[in-house]
Design a protein around this ligand. Structure first.
Ligand SMILES: Cc1ncc(COP(=O)(O)O)c(C=O)c1O
Length: 436
């Protein structure tokens, strides 16, 4: 009997990992098709990152964020700042994505309060995921995750996400979809009493909830304009897409989006340390004032987290991994299209860079999803694992209950041979899971 409150039963015990591979204690090899939950960018087992963390641990392992600044964090923020898609960015490091989202939501409220406006409502998007703490869960729009906790939620409201495979404007699609999504956001803003909406939170490219759904090019300019016109801050959640994953440093860069607040985690430290970042633009930061932010976490501004983030940044640069995400992403996508594009259960293959998803459907013509009791995504993940490939999945994207997606987001160091192996094993897993 284990004394661990596990997240699953019958899990293999991990022993070691390197590059895109993990091994369990029985010597079984797993090809990491998803970097865990699309976390590991620089690959497993990078000795230079381990050394940088150990070096900082040996010097100072911990100093409280209200008692000390640190050279390590100053250097990390200086190196990061020119890459970030915000003007004059100010980095607030925390321990993960959900904490970063909570911090961003509080920054938005603090900003408005400092300007004398009592704005509190946050608008998220249906089907989106922003984390599992209560504020993040509330702004997220994934029904199955929210359902058990609904009595604790309800301060946030939700607008349409850009989900072009199931476009909510079929009559006019694809012309003007961006403008229609923006109108829907504006209606949601106007549904709240005047001067109450503080922020709009969205992933530039949808994460697991809607399986790497890429917005049309007219989406971001249109929704940004609506936010600006109503004094609503734009919070871009790049927890999954940040640090090269989509083939640009940040997914905002694909459309020159300049958010007021940016949320990062996952690829920031690539799994080597629990690191999240809430980044305010200079204007947001200066309005709040450094001392005027009622917030704080014991492990924020962690000096070892800064060392880990800095070392990961160096590896991303030295190994040209942002460029690799674009090149290998093209190879992976082409492989999936060639191998699975004609399969009757393949509804859509989409994504950007090395963040790709295959949406599985019962009927390609009507795009009808599989009924949830068939658990197609879960079976596909299990079939892949049986073949030695780790995939990520999500369910409920189609209508809040039904909908099956498998996601690929391997470490950006993935080789050509590993990409090809991932394609073949994913195809076999999909074939096995959808065979009637
Ligand atoms: C877009 C997005 N935001 C927030 C989170 C929450 O991050 P964490 O699990 O580190 O709390 C995730 C995690 O998957 C995510 O994908």
């Amino acid at each position: 009997m284990s004394h661990v409150f596990h997240r699953g039963s019958g899990l293999p015990t991990v022993a070691r990992a390197s590059g895109c591979e993990l091994w369990d204690t029985e010597g079984r090899r797993y090809l990491d098709g998803a970097g865990g939950a699309i976390v590991v960018g620089i690959g497993h087992g990078d000795a230079s990152v381990a050394a940088a963390i150990a070096e900082q641990l040996g010097r100072v392992a911990y100093a409280h964020g209200t008692m000390f600044a640190s050279e390590q964090l100053e250097a990390y923020a200086d190196e990061l700042a020119p890459l970030l898609p915000l003007d004059d960015p100010r980095v607030y490091p925390v321990s993960g994505g959900s904490e970063a989202v909570e911090t961003a939501l509080k920054m938005a409220r603090a900003y408005h309060l400092a300007r004398g406006e009592d704005r509190w409502r946050v608008i998220g998007r249906q089907g989106s995921y922003h984390g599992n703490t209560r504020g993040a869960l509330d702004v997220g729009g994934r029904g199955p995750l929210r359902r058990p906790y609904l009595p604790w939620l309800g301060l946030a409201s939700h607008t349409l996400a850009a989900y072009e495979y199931r476009c909510p404007f079929p009559g006019t699609h694809p012309a003007g979809c961006g403008a229609r999504y923006a109108e829907a956001l504006e209606r949601e803003i106007l549904a709240s009493p005047p001067g109450t909406v503080a922020a709009f939170v969205a992933e530039p490219v949808a994460g697991a909830g809607l399986g790497a759904a890429v917005p049309p090019d007219d989406y971001w300019p249109a929704v940004t304009e609506v936010c600006r016109r109503h004094g609503v801050l734009l919070i871009a959640d790049e927890v999954m897409t940040g640090f090269g994953r989509t083939g640009r440093w940040f997914a905002c860069d694909h459309w020159a989006v300049r958010p007021d607040i940016l949320v990062l985690a996952k690829g920031a430290a690539s799994g080597y340390w629990p690191l999240g970042l809430a980044v305010a633009s200079g204007a947001v930061h200066d309005t709040i004032g450094s001392g005027g932010f009622t917030h704080g976490l014991t492990y924020s501004h962690h000096v070892v987290g800064a060392a880990a983030g800095r070392a990961v940044l160096r590896v991303l640069r030295e190994r040209h991994l942002v460029e690799a995400a674009e090149t290998q992403g093209k190879r992976l996508r082409a492989g999936l299209e060639a191998r699975l594009g004609g399969h009757p259960a393949t509804g859509d293959i989409r994504g950007l860079g090395l963040m790709l998803a295959v949406e599985l459907v019962a009927d390609r013509t009507t795009r009808a999803p599989f009924p949830r009791p068939r658990r197609v995504a879960e079976h596909a993940v299990a079939a892949a694992r049986d073949r030695g490939l780790l995939l990520y999945s999500s369910t409920g994207g189609a209508d809040g209950t039904d909908g099956d997606l498998v996601m690929l987001g391997p470490p950006l160091v993935v080789t050509d041979a590993e990409v090809d192996e991932m394609v073949e094993l994913t195809a076999q897993a999909v074939e096995a899971a959808t065979a009637s």
